[in-house]
Design a protein around this ligand. Structure first.
Ligand SMILES: *Cc1c(COP(=O)(O)O)cnc(C)c1O
Length: 234
């Protein structure tokens, strides 16, 4: 057995940090939604997350996510797909997830749209590679506006916002410019008032940098290790 982490206790600490970051930046704590990233933990820990009152669950691999979903009994769970997605697996994401945070190409948009019902659109974040690291997925910032304009062709996709992953650094202050750049890009797109792309949300910030991300406007933070630990390590 893995030593079980205390999700509830971790969440109390995290909530405190969220409140501090919100106070610093004049935001309401209720404007920040925690997505529990459960990719490295099993179903019992997902049940602890849900029991702690966190209903947004993030997974990054289709096959294991579907297995976990079928074993999770809680009916309030809202599933977020946060990983890179092959177009051939799009149908599973379209049918089982409420959000995708990693929309990064038209072929994938088309594959998702084809499987969806217009009355029940998929909420999409467009993933942006702000820092330009070669290993990171996502569009470069200058490509995002045209990409989002082209997504108007897919009526079952609702573009709710932008997502980024910042480079891993020891001092989170170093990645503040990455978060700020994503916010400014979001502001630009939001001001276009596209009906298919309200683009109000910002999915940014992970365990090591979420306070800074919140100060820069994050509305969804994606927390794995700091909230649920990692059961694949021993
Ligand atoms: C794993 C992962 C996270 C969570 O990372 P932690 O550092 O464990 O909080 C967030 N976003 C994405 C896209 C991930 O793959």
């Amino acid at each position: 057995m893995y030593p079980s982490v205390n999700v509830e206790e971790n969440f109390m600490d995290i909530r405190h940090s969220i409140m501090t970051a919100c106070e610093k930046s004049g935001r309401a704590a209720s404007s920040v939604r925690v997505v529990a990233v459960t990719k490295n933990v099993g179903v019992p820990t997902i049940h602890r997350v849900l029991a702690a009152g966190i209903y947004d669950i993030g997974e990054n691999r289709v096959d294991t996510a579907l297995e976990k979903m079928s074993a999770v009994t809680h009916n309030k769970a809202v599933w977020h797909f946060i990983g890179s997605l092959q177009s051939k697996k799009a149908k599973h994401v379209a049918s089982a997830f409420t959000y995708i945070h990693s929309l990064d190409r038209l072929r994938l948009a088309q594959a998702l749209d084809k499987r969806l019902d217009q009355h029940c659109p998929l909420k999409c974040f467009v993933q942006v590679n702000v820092s330009g690291e070669k290993t990171k997925a996502g569009l470069r910032p200058h490509e995002v506006k045209d990409f989002i304009a082209a997504l108007a062709d897919f009526p079952s996709l609702q573009i709710v916002g932008l997502m980024t992953m910042a480079p891993f650094v020891r001092n989170a202050e170093e990645v503040r410019p990455v978060f700020r750049a994503l916010r400014l890009l979001r502001d630009d797109i939001q001001s276009l008032q596209l009906s298919h792309a309200p683009c109000k949300a910002l999915s940014m910030g992970m365990s090591n940098d979420y306070q800074v991300a919140i100060e820069e406007g994050a509305t969804f933070i994606r927390l794995g290790t700091s909230l649920v630990g990692n059961e694949t390590l021993r």
